[in-house]
Design a protein around this ligand. Sequence first.
Ligand code: PMP
Ligand code: GLN
Length: 380
Amino acid sequence: MFFPSKFPTLATTIFSKMSAMAAEYGAVNLSQGFPDFRPPEELLSCIQRHINTHSHQYAPMPGLPALRQAIAEMHRRTHDTLIDPDTEITITAGATQALFALIATVVYPGDEVVVLAPSYDSYAPAVELMGGRIVEIPLNPDFSLPTFEIAKVISPKTRLLIVNNPHNPTGKVLTPVEMHFLENIANENPHLIFLFDEVYQHIVFDGFQHLTALSYPELRKRAACVYSFGKSLNATGWKIGYIVANEHLTREIRKIHQYEVFAVNSFMQAALAEYLPDFDPFALVAQLQAARDYLLAQLADTRFKPIPSQGSYFQLYDYSEISELDDIHFTEWLVKEVGVALIPISVFYKNPPKNQRLVRFCFAKRNETLQLAAQRLKNL
Ligand code: PMP
Ligand code: GLN
């Protein structure tokens, strides 16, 4: 190479890899997290109208004021939180760019950033690109917060703690006690910034509640929270999200955002602004909870053992009664020989636990899709 790679050992993401393998082998793709339901029909008609009437020129850098207003109104309605749309919301190119902008804003070379593993795959590369050091703490075996270990590892060198709730890939939802613990950590460590990845904010099952960091005053002071319309509107391909943070943090985030993308797709913002007052999170949850339950029922008599999922698009299964292969080899074998694409969990760790045999299913699919996958898996 005529220049040194910044990431000599980094591979293409597991999501690209498994979706490509699913296409190559004609497998049912329950790997990458995307629904095969359509986005709401009213939203699609609204977009059609805006395609015809919009100016199609640049949106304002932080996002269309009407969309930021509609987002603030949605958070008031769904989570009873108040957000200033002018000074605290920035529209981003999906949650991924929001995460990147926040990390680029706050992480300096030598800073430590604490992540709780398994953790979503885009955090660590962004931190490392900024010269930060990832400090990985495994979640407890039941995927609850390892409170003792978190409290122990936070030091003056820790710049950022990243929390994902509801959690990808485990489907775990934080409890009031866990949120209270995080608030105490904020109190005790005034230098610490929090990044809450709340892209699955609406997708919580069985009467569990999503507790947003925005409703905890001590966290609110130093947290940035990241969201994705891809997840709430069954439209992961649109890549529109947003980041909420206090005025000072938002001002700094926008300095990075303006030179990363400047602004996000304008007519989609206009359409979303018009549609959001009609957005019904209960319909979304009902659809996804039914899909999760359908998958659970389809696989009930198999040797795949489910780990309870309380939210997100994802359901973990333990396959240790089926195979001794590690999860990478097991998922490669499944996609090629059985015709179902899943995600191995070890890719979400820097140090994967030995002998953990878990795979992630994306259940945000129509019953026909889940049934076809289950038919292929039933005899294992
Ligand atoms: N965070 C988590 C936890 C995710 O699962 C995803 C994937 N959708 C993202 C962030 C990225 O979201 P987006 O597609 O809007 O960039
Ligand atoms: N968030 C999605 C998942 O966890 C994938 C996003 C992507 O492909 N980068 O499957």
